[in-house]
Design a protein around this ligand. Structure first.
Ligand SMILES: Nc1ncnc2c1ncn2[C@@H]1O[C@H](COP(=O)(O)OP(=O)(O)OP(=O)(O)O)[C@@H](O)[C@H]1O
Length: 249
């Protein structure tokens, strides 16, 4: 593993689902490289393969063919347990379904990945306090997930994904269920961690969220049809005050 290796390198990645009748070609030969510290937005119409792509990059779905390299090491050939270790060490996920542990408090849900990653209890608590504070959830730390709204659960899931300061954050529509104020909190936090060097790959339908990224990758029918850097002058600051109004327009 070298310091210069990209955080993500997908080579000719293919996913074909075999569900009973006809095969579904969800991802058709994607080549994607994400350098350390980059913030990449993945866009495209519904069914274009965005979720399948990031699930494969995170080892949550198997590839049909192609290669996945994470941080300079081949990952697609790992066993399930190998992927589990890699994820715990290097990857934070935010899904459309939040998968919070129902019988644990919000605080424990957020601290768990950091503790599993070997962080001291004090550091895990400080990180949790920072993340929940930034997301407007400081007063919900003692609640259980069932006592939270969908939007609150979504923000807890983001805090949990960032608890371990993962090398790579993979996020599938992290602002999808949120109102404008909570969207702004999420984007501000993403801006902060991106500023600290966090690598982010984020699926979004919202062009304004995507315009905050360094680069937008557009998928259509399982293929990359556009992959372009956003010039710094056209990039919107993450979580800027104007987003509240504009995200609703
Ligand atoms: N588990 C599965 N079994 C069979 N087909 C699947 C499965 N998951 C996804 N697909 C199909 O693969 C294609 C790509 O789906 P995917 O969820 O990756 O698209 P997406 O771009 O993320 O869509 P959306 O924006 O609606 O979330 C679609 O045709 C979808 O129906």
């Amino acid at each position: 593993m070298s310091a210069e290796a990209p955080v993500v390198r997908a080579v000719n990645l293919v996913k074909i689902y075999q569900t009973g009748g006809l095969p579904v070609h969800a991802v058709r030969g994607v080549d994607l490289t994400v350098e350390a510290g980059e913030f990449v937005a993945v866009m495209g119409p519904s069914g274009s393969g965005k979720s399948t792509l990031i699930h494969m990059i995170g080892g949550l779905d198997t590839r049909t063919s192609g290669e996945i390299w994470l941080d300079g090491s081949r990952a697609d050939t790992l066993s399930e347990s190998g992927w589990a270790v890699l994820r715990r060490q290097k990857i934070g996920f935010v899904f459309q379904f939040f998968n919070l542990v129902a019988n644990m408090t919000v605080a424990d849900n957020v601290e768990l990945p950091a503790l599993l990653g070997g962080v001291s209890p004090r550091q895990a608590r400080e990180r949790r306090e920072y993340l929940l504070g930034e997301l407007g959830l400081a007063d919900r730390a003692g609640a259980s997930p069932a006592q939270l709204s969908g939007g609150e659960q979504q923000r807890v899931a983001l805090a949990r994904a960032l608890a371990n300061q993962p090398r790579l954050l993979l996020a599938d529509e992290p602002t999808g269920n949120l109102d404008s104020r909570n969207t702004r909190d999420v984007l501000r936090l993403l801006g902060q961690v991106h500023g600290q060097g966090q690598t982010i790959v984020l699926v979004t339908h919202d062009a304004r969220v995507a315009s905050m990224a360094d680069r937008v990758v557009s998928l259509l029918d399982g293929q990359i049809v556009d992959d372009g850097a956003i010039p710094k002058s056209r990039r919107r600051p993450l979580g800027a005050a104007g987003d509240v109004v504009e995200l609703r327009s």
